[in-house]
Design a protein around this ligand. Structure first.
Ligand SMILES: Nc1ncnc2c1ncn2[C@@H]1O[C@H](COP(=O)(O)OP(=O)(O)OP(=O)(O)O)[C@@H](O)[C@H]1O
Length: 257
């Protein structure tokens, strides 16, 4: 679905990612893991086509990103940014309906199918009762769920999400992550997301991409990559792990007080 060939990412004099050869296939759910400033958001924005690579290439469906027309690409991948600023008084339903725009080149696009798709997405995120609200009046967690609903309404095979669990309470973190896992497992979607919660990432991801922030990276199945020694190395902090009821639980070591 998406792959990189010898991808380099530089910011200023720093190399964040060096020669990344990586691919995410339908049905796979990838977590990108690394410490603050390691380059996770820069990489995700590059995968979305919002930032040019410093070297190498990103391919979606086997075609270089710049070979896709913007509207065509918007039918292939949806992107959830880490933060957003709402300058205007749009309603929640209009915000989600606007995600249907790629399906209506040059035509009136608020057809009944689109309304249904938007309402279904709002219901999946448990925010259907907010449909008429001005987005500027929503709480942080409600706004995040509306943004994810818009991604669902965009109905793309590839979803790129920068910290989807941001601002969500515990119950919604678990339900949103569970939904993303089901989209991969049951509908063959490809999910690539950034997250700082290792336990949540391990529960729902099939694969992980670890970034060191100095060019080095490590990619593979979660069972192989999400190992305490490797995670501790990439996160710059020692991590312990316990197996409990078939689950792995990661615990950061704490110096005794
Ligand atoms: N335009 C820019 N000019 C200079 N430095 C930049 C620019 N954009 C990003 N950086 C730097 O590149 C590094 C990577 O940033 P990025 O946002 O990708 O990190 P991240 O891994 O997503 O971090 P976090 O976990 O804090 O969200 C950071 O040190 C950041 O300050």
């Amino acid at each position: 679905m998406i792959q990189t060939e010898h991808l380099d990412l530089h910011v200023g004099a720093r190399t964040l990612v060096r020669r990344l050869d990586w691919a995410a296939h339908p049905g796979q759910c990838w977590s990108i893991i690394g410490r603050n400033g390691a380059g996770k958001s820069t990489l995700l924005r590059t995968l979305a086509g919002l930032r040019a690579p410093s070297g190498g290439a990103v391919l979606v469906g086997g075609r270089a990103l710049d070979a896709w027309a913007p509207e065509e690409l918007a039918r292939q991948r949806a992107f959830l940014a880490q933060s957003r600023h709402d300058a205007f008084a749009y309603s929640v339903i209009d915000t989600v309906l606007s995600a249907r725009h790629p399906y209506h080149a040059g035509h009136y696009w608020e057809g009944s199918d689109d309304h249904q798709a938007a309402l279904n997405a709002l219901a999946a995120m448990e925010v259907e009762d907010l449909a008429a609200r001005d987005v500027r009046t929503l709480s942080g967690g409600e706004r995040q769920r509306v943004a994810i609903a818009a991604m669902l309404a965009q109905d793309t095979p590839l979803l790129l999400l920068d910290e989807p669990a941001n601002a969500l309470d515990l119950a919604h973190q678990v339900s949103v992550m569970g939904l993303l896992a089901r989209l991969c497992r049951d509908q063959g979607k490809t999910v690539v997301m950034i997250g700082h919660d290792l336990n949540l990432a391990y529960r729902i991801s099939t694969h992980a991409l670890l970034l060191m922030g100095d060019g080095r990276w490590h990619a593979g199945l979660v069972a192989d990559t999400m190992q305490p020694a490797l995670l501790g190395d990439f996160l710059g902090h020692p991590i312990d792990m316990v197996e409990h009821g078939g689950r792995r639980i990661f615990i950061p070591f704490e110096a005794s007080a």
